[in-house]
Design a protein around this ligand. Structure first.
Ligand code: ASP
Ligand code: MG
Length: 421
């Protein structure tokens, strides 16, 4: 058994959806659980619906924006389907109603709750459509609502998966389905609390869903189908001479992803690593290409891996009374960051000062700076970028930092990070 994941770009058009079918034809007879994202930019469009509903309190605008999303899905369905169309439209109707009911109410709970109830529709719609298309075109499959399987806590927008309960659900609701069908279609990115509220796992979370299923199904491997040949050592849009890498290990990828490479979601690796299951990044446009394998083996002779994370902020703290940055201020700081859900990208401490680099999220930074102002003099610098290079050479560092104003430089034997303007 194996797991496939198709991202939003791979299912953004009717032609791409047809290509999903072509790819699956090359795996006839194999049991595959297929995790799919929302079509194209649907998640962004649904975010706009939530903002109209919650921030602007403009019900009419929210419903109007939602109507556009409905229309786009109905349009794609009409192009892809014939006999299955009425059945799918019924399914769509149930899903639409779920959201429209909610949009007709006045918001009484927190933003993140409504976000998850609305935004999860993107994946539900795309998978309903693709499942119907595959069935109609002779690729027999069953559609499963991931919310009946993927149990999470109620930390909306960044929900944590309950592996024990999800594992039980897989035994009762997924394994038996594979007895009568080879293909199962389900959604990435979404889950459900034990109170039956929809949750999401964080933007770009479908890769993680695929990894959780892979882990709990004890699948042989997982393949993420992308619009690239495989993993590159740098973003080819920024570095025209970026190289393709055929083999990587978990450590390399988790570091790359954590520091901003758009390869796969950083949370994806852990569930795979725990069971030594290989991950393949495969080319959606040409399934015959080998892609990149990411596994548990030492990999030698890697080229430098370059990642640039833009839009970074640097917070500089200096204790007001010249007390040292000891355990207490550090633990206070970490507690605050945990509360605000801030993940630092880089930290540097000195005797009475500390520097913290993080993604520039103005709302969070403002809250953090305000709270810290009791203990510290706080300065915030913005508009920085964080360069991370694994397997660096001095020549490459010089080239990449030439003419830049450097704020922080941290260097170890296999990795260097430079925060610069
Ligand atoms: N549709 C979600 C997003 O755009 C999840 C994903 O694509 O992985 O963030
Ligand atoms: Mg995506």
């Amino acid at each position: 058994m194996q797991v496939f994941k198709f991202g939003g770009a791979s299912v953004s058009t009717v032609a791409n959806i047809r290509n999903v079918g072509n790819i699956l034809d090359q795996f006839r007879g194999e049991k595959i659980l297929i995790v799919i994202s929302a079509m194209g930019k649907t998640t962004n469009a649904l975010e706009a619906v939530v903002n109209a509903f919650y921030n602007d309190r403009d019900q009419e605008k929210a419903l109007q924006l939602f109507a556009e999303i409905k229309q786009q899905h109905i349009q794609s369905a009409t192009e892809l389907l014939q006999e299955q169309l009425p059945v799918l439209l019924e399914h769509f109707k149930t899903l639409f109603t779920e959201t429209e009911w909610l949009l007709h109410d006045k918001p009484v709970r927190e933003y993140d709750y409504y976000y998850d109830q609305v935004v999860c529709q993107g994946e539900l719609l795309s998978t309903a459509l693709i499942s119907a298309y595959l069935n109609e075109s002779g690729r027999k499959n069953e559609w499963l609502d991931a919310r009946d399987i993927m149990r999470t806590d109620s930390n909306f927008r960044d929900a944590a998966v309950d592996f024990a309960q999800t594992g039980k659900n897989i035994q009762t609701a997924v394994i038996p389905v594979f007895k009568h069908v080879d293909l199962i279609i389900t959604q990435g990115f979404i889950g459900c609390t034990d109170e039956n509220e929809s949750t999401t796992l964080g933007r770009e979370g479908s890769d993680y869903t695929a990894a959780v299923f892979t882990h709990l199904l004890d699948a042989e491997k997982v393949s993420i189908w992308k619009d690239v040949k495989g993993v590159m050592n740098a973003d080819p849009k920024l570095f025209p001479d970026a190289q393709y890498i055929s083999e990587l290990n978990y450590d390399e990828v988790i570091e790359m992803a954590y520091y901003g490479a758009q390869v796969i979601h950083p949370k994806t690796i852990k569930p795979l690593q725990n069971k030594s299951i290989p991950l393949y990044v495969k080319c959606f446009a040409d399934a015959t290409l080998p892609g990149t394998v990411i596994h548990n083996a030492p990999v030698k002779n890697l080229p430098p891996i370059i990642v640039v994370k833009q839009n970074q902020a640097l917070i500089e703290l200096h204790t007001k009374d010249f007390s040292f940055i000891g355990e207490q201020p550090m633990s206070d700081l970490y507690e605050m960051m945990a509360k605000l859900k801030i993940k630092p990208n880089l930290i540097q401490t000195h005797a009475v000062s500390l520097q913290l680099c993080l993604d520039d999220r103005p709302d969070k930074i403002e809250k953090l700076a305000l709270t810290l102002a009791d203990q510290f003099e706080v300065t915030v610098l913005k508009g920085l970028s964080l360069l991370s290079i694994r397997h660096y050479t001095n020549e490459l560092i010089d080239k990449m930092t030439a003419g830049k104003e450097i704020e922080i430089r941290q260097q170890g034997p296999s990795m260097i990070q430079v925060l610069m303007r």
